[in-house]
Ligand binder design. Structure first.
Ligand SMILES: Nc1ncnc2c1ncn2[C@@H]1O[C@H](COP(=O)(O)OP(=O)(O)OP(=O)(O)O)[C@@H](O)[C@H]1O
Ligand SMILES: [Mg+2]
Length: 367
C-alpha cells in the first residue's frame, strides 16, 4: 500500500485509539482446496506478490491479496475499483459474511476472526448495519415489518420494535409509507427502507455495498445528500463501496482503490487526484474537476505568507481550510485581494485569485 503526504487541510494522523476497524494482511482465496493450498504456498513465500501469483498459477481466484487498512471512528471510508477487483469481498470480510482465508480483522481492537458463532451473531446484530446493492428487502413484509425485522432478531418486543422502526422511517423520509409493501415503492424508496433497516439497530459500523448504483442519477444525488445528512446526525464509522469517483468525492473522508484483489492506494480525494501512484488510479480521477477537490487549506499553507495577510483590507472574510476552490471562487468577486483561511482555529494564511488560477492551471501528472 502506498499513501502520499498531505498538506494543508490534511486529516490528522491515525492514532491507535481512533481506529475502529483494522484489516491486517487479509487474503481471500476461492477454488478447490483453497485454504490448504494457501497454507502450503504461504510457507514458501514471504512476499505477497509472488504468493498471489503462485495461487493464481494453481488455478485459484485471489479475491483479496494481503489487504491492510484502518478505518477511523466516524470516518466515511470509500472502497473503489473496477468490477471484480475485490470490493465486495473486502466489505464482507469485515463482517465475516465472507470468511477470510488469512489475516486479521479487528473491530475496536478485538479480533473478529476469533469470535465464535454466537459472538459473531451478536456483533452483527448489535454493532453492524449492512446495506446491499439489491436492497435485500423481504417482499411479503411491510415497510414497518422489514425495518423491524433486525430488532425482532435482537429479541425486542413488538411495541419496542414498532417505536424504533417509526423513528428510523421518519429519519429517512418515509413517514406515511409504513404499511406499504416493497413492490409498491420506487427504487429510491426501497433503498431508503434498506438504509432504515440497517440503521434500526443503531450500529457503530455501517457497511454499504454500492447502495445507490441501481438508482437513476437524480435520485442517486438525493440519496447522497440524504446519506450525508444522516451521517452528520449519527456519526457512524462507514465503509462504502462505489464505482463512481464523483460519488466518492462527495462522500469520502478517504478513498481506497483496489485492483485485482490488491489495495493500490489509500488517501484523501485530493491526494488521489493530485498524486496518483500509477495510471490505474489516475484513470479513476482523470475526469474529476480539480476545483472540486483542491482545498483552500492546501493552497494557503503552501503559500504561507505574512505579508499577504497584512495587505488584506478590513472586513475580509475567513473561511475554513476544507473549503474547495469551486466554493471560494464566487467570494473573489467582492474580495478581489483574497480571503483568510483557518483550520480548527489556526490561521493558515491567505488564498488569492492568482493562487487559485495557478493551481487550476497546473496539469495533473501521474507520479
Ligand atoms: N463465491 C465465490 N466463488 C468464487 N469466486 C468468487 C466468489 N465471490 C467472488 N469471487 C471472485 O472474486 C473476485 C472479486 O469479487 P468481488 O465480488 O469482491 O468484486 P467487486 O470488486 O465487488 O466487483 P463488482 O464491482 O462487480 O461488484 C472476482 O473475480 C469474483 O469472481
Ligand atoms: Mg461488488
Amino acid at each position: 500500500m502506498s499513501t502520499t503526504n498531505t498538506t494543508g487541510d490534511s486529516k490528522d494522523a491515525i492514532t491507535g485509539s481512533d481506529v475502529k476497524i483494522s484489516c491486517r494482511s487479509v487474503w481471500k482465496v476461492y477454488g478447490d482446496n483453497a485454504d490448504a493450498k494457501f497454507q502450503a504456498l504461504s510457507k514458501h513465500h514471504t512476499n505477497a506478490n509472488p504468493l498471489r501469483q503462485s495461487l493464481i498459477d494453481e488455478g485459484l481466484i485471489v479475491a483479496a491479496a494481503d489487504v491492510s487498512f484502518d478505518v477511523r471512528a466516524g470516518e466515511i471510508f470509500i472502497i473503489m475499483g473496477l468490477s471484480g477487483s475485490g470490493k465486495s469481498t473486502m466489505v464482507r470480510c469485515l463482517s465475516r459474511l465472507v470468511e477470510p482465508t488469512s489475516g486479521e480483522v479487528l473491530l475496536d481492537g478485538e479480533d473478529l476472526l476469533s469470535a465464535n458463532d454466537k459472538e459473531l451473531i451478536k456483533i452483527r446484530r448489535h454493532r453492524m448495519g449492512m446495506v446491499f446493492q439489491n436492497f435485500g428487502l423481504m417482499p411479503h413484509l411491510t415497510v414497518l415489518e422489514n425495518i423491524g425485522f433486525p430488532l425482532k432478531l435482537q429479541g425486542r418486543s413488538s411495541q419496542d420494535r414498532q417505536a424504533r422502526a417509526k423513528e428510523v422511517i421518519k429519519l429517512v423520509g418515509l413517514a406515511g409509507r409504513e404499511d406499504s409493501f416493497p413492490r409498491e415503492l420506487s427504487g429510491g424508496q426501497q433503498q431508503r427502507v434498506g438504509i432504515a433497516r440497517s440503521l434500526a439497530v443503531e450500529p457503530d459500523v455501517w457497511l454499504l455495498d454500492e447502495p445507490f448504483s441501481a438508482l437513476d442519477p437524480l435520485i442517486r444525488r438525493q440519496m447522497q445528500d440524504e446519506f450525508l445528512r444522516l451521517q452528520s446526525l449519527l456519526n457512524k464509522t462507514i465503509v462504502f463501496i462505489t464505482h463512481d469517483f464523483l460519488e466518492a468525492l462527495r462522500l469520502a473522508d478517504r478513498i481506497a482503490i483496489m485492483k485485482d484483489g490488491q489495495l493500490v492506494q489509500v488517501g484523501t480525494p485530493t491526494e488521489l487526484v493530485l498524486n496518483p501512484v500509477n495510471d490505474y488510479v489516475a484513470e479513476f480521477t482523470k475526469d474529476v474537476p480539480r476545483d472540486r477537490v483542491i482545498t483552500v487549506g492546501e493552497l494557503a499553507i503552501d503559500a504561507a505568507n505574512e505579508n499577504l495577510s497584512k495587505q488584506l483590507p478590513e472586513g475580509t472574510p475567513t473561511i475554513n481550510g476544507g473549503t474547495t476552490l469551486d466554493s471560494v471562487m464566487p467570494l473573489f468577486e467582492s474580495h478581489p485581494h483574497g480571503v483568510s483561511v483557518e483550520h480548527k482555529g489556526e490561521n493558515l494564511g491567505v488564498v488569492t485569485p492568482a493562487m487559485v488560477i495557478k493551481a487550476l492551471a497546473q496539469q495533473q501528472q501521474p507520479a
